[in-house]
Design a protein around this ligand. Structure first.
Ligand code: ADP
Length: 398
């Protein structure tokens, strides 16, 4: 038995979960938010209890100290030495990493070199790594990349048809995201299609950021997110794929600067942009149910984009045995699932049970499809942290 920590360091937050491995028992979880502010927030949950404190958190190093102190204070651990490995989520691993690796100088160099592709994230992951290294100098740490699972894509699936030298020189290609989630879901999902030879799945990770992945025999064949998380399907506040001329024309016509417009495509578009209501899909759904015309339009647009990708991946895979819904929206929103499923039903022979669609929410797992559906449809709650803890245990302690 060994205690292993899964962490996700953002530019102003550190999320953590402590596991007893290999049992995968969660001992505690929590988050330090508003790092760099006088009113930072530390929340820790353990044993059915929860504690929240507001306190100054000048930097990531201090955040790690708060987490360590919190775990000792709550008697979750007696001493920091009990933690035997730490796994970090890293958003961008480029073409360097097709699986998780130990953090060493080479990993640091490569993650650093990828900062231009994920400026906020990769910088924060490095800061987090160094903060944990300082607090736990003898403990091995690993990096688990959001992009690693997608490294099995073929060039036809990851290249953009731009001048080839740009792809080579600037490493411009599709990397995808949410790979740890897609990998987890593809592994859990296999039990639903034991009879299938090729295990063809279309996995819909629909959170505030969202991506769809085509998986065959446990390997990623294609994924919707692109060079950055702005690509793919329409999201809560991101455009997803669109004609690049939209950007060019808007720059010329709006008179806005490059950065402002880019931020708008990331933060003010998608369901939010079309509806004008909110970047939380729940509020857009509520408004659509009340007949708000632009909310209805936004939901329809969203459903069509998701259906288009499912259709595309059905062709790419040469069929499909299973469609999986997961993440905040996929696990909780009957309306959004319906918006997608109603648009693929006729073409793909997908039938689902409305009652099940309404009741499989809030962490429940199970079928949405009826027995006569040509493709099975299931909801599976995702768990990226356990994948990080598993890799940390397997790489460092096994
Ligand atoms: P991320 O990790 O990308 O922030 P999550 O997977 O946690 O995303 O999903 C968050 C999103 O899921 C919210 O912004 C909201 O749109 C949606 N969501 C969360 N809970 C519900 C719910 N109960 N019903 C409908 N949608 C929900």
């Amino acid at each position: 038995m060994a205690k292993v920590m899964a962490v996700n360091c953002g530019s102003s937050s550190v999320k953590f979960k402590l596991y007893e491995m290999p049992e995968e028992k969660v001992l505690c979880s929590g988050i330090v938010e508003r790092i760099g502010h006088d009113d930072g927030i530390f929340t820790i949950k353990w044993d059915g209890q929860k504690d929240t404190k507001t306190l100054p958190v000048p930097d990531h190093g201090y955040a790690v100290e708060i987490v360590a102190k919190g775990m000792i204070e709550k008697n979750i651990i007696a001493h920091l030495d009990e933690i035997k490995a730490v796994g970090h989520r890293v958003v961008q691993g480029g073409s360097y990493f097709s699986h998780s690796v130990l953090w060493d100088d080479d990993t640091v160099k490569k993650v650093e070199s990828l900062i231009p592709l994920a400026p906020l994230h990769n910088k924060a992951h490095l800061t987090g790594y160094f903060a944990f290294k300082k607090a736990l100098p003898k403990v091995p740490q690993i990096a688990v990349f959001d992009t690693a699972f997608h490294q099995t894509m073929e060039p036809e699936d990851y290249l953009y048809p731009i001048p080839y030298e740009y792809a080579e020189k600037y490493h411009i290609r599709r990397y995808g995201a949410h790979g740890t989630s897609h990998k987890y879901l593809s592994e859990v999902a296999e039990k639903y299609i034991p009879e299938s030879k090729d295990k063809k799945m279309i996995i819909c990770h629909l959170g505030s950021g969202a991506s769809i992945t085509a998986v065959k025999n446990g390997k990623c064949i294609a994924t919707s997110m692109g060079l950055t998380p702005l690509g793919g399907i329409m999201m809560n506040s991101r455009t997803g794929d669109m004609d690049p001329s939209v950007y060019y024309q808007l720059l010329a016509m709006s008179g806005k600067d490059n950065e402002t417009l880019f931020q708008e495509l990331n933060k003010k578009s998608g369901l939010y942009g079309v509806s004008g209501i909110s970047n939380d899909s729940r509020e857009v759904e509520d408004a659509a149910r009340e007949g708000h015309p632009r909310a209805v339009l936004a939901m329809n647009l969203w459903g069509r984009r998701v259906a288009d990708f499912i259709g595309q991946y059905y062709v790419r895979l040469g069929g499909c045995d299973l469609i999986v819904f997961s993440a905040g929206i996929g696990e909780n929103s009957p309306d959004c699932r319906e918006a997608a499923l109603d648009r693929i039903g006729e073409a793909l022979g997908v039938k689902y049970d409305k009652e099940l669609n309404n009741t499989i929410i809030r962490g429940k797992e199970g079928y949405l499809s009826t027995p006569d559906s040509k493709i099975k449809v299931v909801v599976i709650p995702t768990d990226e942290e356990v994948m990080i803890a598993r890799d940390a245990y397997n790489i460092c302690l096994k």
